[in-house]
Design a protein around this ligand. Structure first.
Ligand code: NAD
Ligand code: TYD
Length: 353
């Protein structure tokens, strides 16, 4: 790869990947296209390694003219597509943006890649970053999802991601677009916007606010530290087979309550004199999410066997690193908390629970 377009590179996973790639491939020219929605944050891109090779473009993946221009101006050979509306609760309260960004935006990128790479697919790669949520919800005794699991999305978010996966696969099959897809489980780590479970727990605890547990808190997710996800994506782009899908996961399946208790213990350890310790006393059961998926889990057999990838971070070490990152970056948290879009979301989502 020489000229890489990363979409959504100011968001949580995208910003971690931008750092990862600039470090790993110091010669790469990285064009970062991000609209800077509420979830995008230029503060996620400070102190980048090899920053002289990072070109930030504030713009919309749905803007076909802009995307075409980027392909032409930078002679792009690789696309790593993260940009999306990514939060299930937001998709329940307002699905339109998910259809527009996740489906139409992916379509615009695919069309540009098809046009610019037509007849010359050598050395090109369109990589689509997707989720395990496209496979639906597992029962307690079901085996984990894998690359052969049938699609069964159940939220507007997962339906929009499933749709974009299908478009990518169709372009690969029909037009021979050199594409790969990864379906990954829940990520956590630095720069995650405090609307998802783990940063909600940490940031609410810091303020002594309730930790909102949806339903009975016994839902299961397969958590992966974001750095491990970035490494998996890189391996798939470099050595993954064109036209293939790779499942990525963390090989662990705690309940939400178990995750919450672990984070509370780490916070009690780091902040023994906090007026909010013991933090587990902040746990508050609230109205469940409509259509809440019960359990996700992913088999990593294929990516492990073909690409030698497996998670390096355990849940215990990953959560400690994550709590420590938030504690070391309280200004980053405060800046988000002081934005009206954040307060509006907290009221809109939690006010009615
Ligand atoms: P995020 O919400 O933190 O970041 C999304 C980024 O996309 C933001 O920077 C936002 O500004 C940008 N964006 C949104 N709409 C845009 C548009 N129209 N044009 C250009 N940029 C736009 O999301 P995330 O958690 O980093 O997830 C990144 C990708 O990974 C998504 O595609 C998501 O579906 C997928 N994924 C996420 C997880 C997870 O646990 N977070 C797990 C598996 C897969
Ligand atoms: P989330 O981080 O939103 O990821 P996803 O819905 O994509 O899996 O939620 C993770 C789990 O935590 C999910 O079962 C919903 C639950 N949850 C809560 O119990 N309270 C919260 O405040 C949030 C945001 C999520």
């Amino acid at each position: 790869m020489k000229n890489v377009l990363v979409t959504g590179g100011a968001g949580f996973i995208g910003a971690n990947f931008v750092r990862y790639l600039l470090e790993k491939e110091p010669e790469v020219r990285l064009v970062n296209l991000d609209l800077l929605t509420y979830a995008g944050n230029e503060a996620n891109l400070v102190d980048l390694p090899n920053a002289h090779n990072h070109i930030f473009v504030q713009g919309d993946i749905r803007d076909a003219e802009l995307v075409e221009k980027l392909f032409a101006d930078y002679d792009l050979d690789t696309v790593v597509h993260f940009a999306a509306e990514s939060h299930v609760d937001r998709s329940i309260l307002g699905p339109a943006a998910f259809v527009e960004t996740n489906i139409l935006g992916t379509f615009v990128l695919l069309e540009s890649a098809r046009k610019h790479w037509q007849g010359d697919p050598e050395g090109k790669r369109f990589h689509h970053v997707s989720t395990d949520e496209v496979f639906g919800s597992l029962g307690p005794d079901d085996p984990p999802f894998d690359e052969h699991t049938a699609y069964d999305p159940r939220s507007p978010y997962s339906a929009s991601k499933a749709s974009s996966d299908h478009l990518v696969r169709a372009y690969s099959h029909t037009y021979g677009l050199p594409a790969t897809v990864t379906n990954c489980t829940n990520n956590y780590g630095p720069y995650q916007y405090p609307e998802k479970l783990i940063p909600v727990i940490i940031t609410n605890c810091l303020q002594g606010k309730p930790i909102p547990v949806y339903g009975d808190g016994k839902q299961i997710r397969d958590w992966l530290y974001v750095g491990d996800h970035c490494d998996a994506i890189y391996r798939v782009i470099v050595n993954g087979r064109e036209g293939e899908t790779y499942a990525i996961g963390g090989n662990n399946q705690p309940t939400n309550l178990e995750i919450i208790h672990t984070i509370c213990e780490v916070l009690d350890d780091r902040l023994p004199n906090s007026p909010h310790a013991p933090h587990k006393e902040l746990i508050t059961f609230v109205t469940d999410r409509p259509g809440h998926d019960r359990r996700y889990a992913m088999s990593i057999d294929r990516i492990q066997a073909e690409l030698g990838w497996q998670p390096t971070e355990s849940l215990a070490t990953g959560l400690e690193k994550t709590v420590d990152w938030y504690l070391a970056n309280l200004d980053w948290v405060d800046d988000i908390r002081n934005e009206s879009v954040y307060a509006d979301w907290m009221t809109k989502n939690y006010g009615k629970r």
